[in-house]
Design a protein around this ligand. Structure first.
Ligand code: ZN
Length: 77
């Protein structure tokens, strides 16, 4: 049985610690800019989910994880 291909963003979310995730949720709830950004992202993800999942090259996954980790580290300074 072939396993369902996992999107790198989904795996990344698994890697965010619950504490940081809660902190992000709390910020978004009180920030109109991020709320708007999240709503837009949710609509984009909903559209993506409606399409078949293409294979994401390992190098692209690695770059995405590094970029998001760097952005998170920068935002916490
Ligand atoms: Zn914000």
């Amino acid at each position: 049985m072939a396993s369902e291909p996992r999107h790198p963003a989904g795996r990344l979310e698994d890697r965010i610690s619950p504490g940081i995730y809660a902190e992000m949720e709390q910020h978004v709830a009180g920030c109109p800019h991020c709320t708007s950004l999240c709503d837009s992202l949710k609509r984009t993800l909903a559209l993506c989910k409606a399409l078949p999942t293409p294979e994401v090259p390992g190098q692209v996954q690695k770059c995405l994880r590094q970029a998001v980790a760097a952005a998170l580290a920068e935002s916490r300074q």
